[in-house]
Write a new protein. Structure first.
Length: 254
């Protein structure tokens, strides 16, 4: 038991740069306290003491702001950061080394008893603040769910889910979306809270601007490459007007 507690404390110190000492972690981290209470509640639940498990879970929610159903399965070295507002349902399974931020819901969309209603998180999954993962599907190992995303379908291992409803971004599959998000970071805001699937006109306008910026960058890159091949140096200060061939411009931008 004490080795598990030491593992929990070391895990928090590793993940949270704000943690300054073991004593601080032991006394001031509600996410870790919620996990400790859940272990007792889960043990009682599995042994048939269902009321004891539910009551322990209820007390844990009042003390920590984290609601974990006693029937949920939680792996090792799970880090619940801040914790307030986290809800983990009865049939949810959280793998080892997962990170869950505040306001996350691992919920269900089915009302049928005895069925798998809540998600399964693989190893090393990161769920951003305010995200909702709803349904009895799997989020693969190493996947990431962006802040405020609403995920209602499986997420492949190593992929990223963003938006509402969430879209899945995989390496080499959605290069345009990756380019758009890279441009968004350049412009100083995150695309997690803004998605093309919403009806918000401001959201659509922002995505239109980002798409235009990405396409403009691509076309400028093509132009510069063609000019370089033609032996024309473009440094932004000197324009080689005498060596510029306007007849070749149409070919450059085709």
């Amino acid at each position: 038991m004490f080795s598990r507690l030491r593992e929990d404390v070391a895990n928090v110190l590793q993940h949270d740069p704000a943690a300054r000492s073991k004593w601080e972690v032991l006394t001031c981290y509600p996410g870790m306290h919620a996990l400790w209470l859940h272990r007792f509640a889960n043990a009682a639940w599995r042994r048939g003491f269902r009321w004891v498990g539910r009551f322990t879970s209820h007390v844990g929610r009042m003390l920590t702001g984290v609601e974990i159903h006693p029937g949920a399965t939680i792996g090792r070295r799970v880090f619940i950061d801040h914790g307030m507002g986290v809800v983990i349902g009865e049939t949810a399974e959280v793998g080892d080394d997962c990170t869950i931020y505040q306001g996350v819901t691992l919920g269900g969309t089915s009302l049928y008893r005895g069925t798998k209603r809540h998600p399964t998180l693989g190893r090393g999954v990161v769920i951003g603040a305010g995200a909702k993962v709803l349904g009895g599907f799997e989020v693969g190992d190493g996947a990431k769910v962006g802040s405020n995303a609403v995920v209602v379908k499986p997420v492949p291992a190593g992929a990223t889910a963003v938006g509402n409803p969430a879209r899945i971004i995989e390496a080499g599959v959605d290069d345009a979306a990756r380019a758009r998000e890279a441009k968004a970071e350049q412009m100083g805001f995150t695309a997690y809270g803004v998605t093309r699937d919403l009806d918000d006109p401001v959201s659509k306008a922002l995505h239109g601007l980002l798409d235009h910026a990405v396409e403009t960058d691509r076309r400028i890159g093509v132009l510069l490459a063609r000019l370089a091949e033609a032996g024309i140096a473009v440094d932004g200060a000197v324009r080689a007007a005498d060596s510029f061939d306007p007849k070749g411009l149409g070919k450059m931008v085709d």
